[in-house]
Design a protein around this ligand. Structure first.
Ligand code: NAP
Length: 252
């Protein structure tokens, strides 16, 4: 996501003033040009040099790993820099640490999925509460085989929205053997295959009809596009706190 974001940001006239990668990354201390990412002489630094990387930044945009965010975001928030964070797969404890470090210091947007279409789909799901009780909801997500966490953060968020409105108390992650569906169960199925950037499908089935709503990301640029909308929005916010893409999209 890092290199996709940089390329998308340049094409949208953002100014890139710093770049951070993992300590063991072979591109550390190279410029973005030397790393073959773009034609800029901005140096890629390891996380111990975050203060230097963000010195001239208005917004720090980060897609890394949960462990990296727990270590890095408190440093960025202490420096008073606004944040857009897209990393997924946190434990509750990791997310609590980040919220404690960030929420009273700077405005920040956290979203498990920055695609505009997915966030509008979240809103549609809230409307789906009107289906009668005998309608079942299921979620299927497909991602590239390199994705580390499962189910996706987006599928989990969809699951929370559906569970809140439909009263599901349990999630079943796939089925095997004798395993009939019970009324309190929501199904989430994760598929890992090839290079798929991201597919999320919601199935709503009653006794005599079914609706299937699918969101397909054509490329990872869709997440970069949404994260950059969020960066423009958070730049204008003064009140510290953790905001969502729903806040960014506002009245749309
Ligand atoms: N919210 C969304 O819309 C959205 C969209 C796509 C992905 N994601 C999430 O974003 C995260 C990253 O996805 P990805 O596909 O880009 O994963 P990835 O290819 O594994 O990249 C992770 C990146 O984090 C860097 N990193 C690791 N440790 C770091 C540290 N301590 N400090 C700074 N950087 C560090 C890695 O650097 P090296 O290259 O040196 O290892 C790498 O560039 C995942 O959690 C994914 O689920 C979210």
């Amino acid at each position: 996501m890092g290199s996709t974001l940089i390329r998308e940001a340049i094409s949208r006239n953002f100014k890139i003033v710093g770049a951070v990668a993992a300590r063991e990354d072979p591109n550390i201390d190279k410029t973005l040009r030397e790393a073959g990412i773009c034609n800029l002489d901005v140096r890629i630094v390891d996380p111990s040099r975050i203060p230097e990387a963000v010195r001239d930044a208005d917004v720090y945009v980060s897609f890394t790993t949960p462990e990296a965010e727990v270590a890095n975001l408190p440093v960025v928030a202490d420096l008073g820099k606004k944040i857009v964070m897209g990393t997924t797969g946190f434990t509750d404890e990791q997310m609590r640490k980040i919220r404690d470090a960030v929420s009273s210091r700077v405005p920040a947007v956290f979203s498990p999925n920055y695609a505009i279409g997915v966030n509008i789909l979240f809103r549609l799901l809230r409307m789906m509460r009107m289906f009668p009780v005998e309608y079942d909801f299921s979620i299927v997500e497909i991602h590239h085989s390199g994705k580390r966490d499962a189910p996706s953060g987006t599928a989990k968020k969809m699951g929370e929205i559906i569970s809140d409105s439909r009263g599901y108390t349990k999630i079943v992650y796939g089925r095997e053997g004798l395993s009939a569906r019970k009324p309190d169960e929501l199904e989430i199925l994760a598929v890992r295959a090839g290079g798929v950037p991201g597919v999320h499908e919601i199935i709503i089935a009653g006794p005599y009809e079914m609706i299937r709503i699918e969101h397909t990301a054509f490329s990872r640029s869709v997440f970069a596009q949404g994260a950059l909308y969020a960066a423009e929005w958070v730049y204008k916010q003064e009140k510290p706190g953790i905001y969502s893409m729903d806040d960014v999209l506002g009245g749309i």
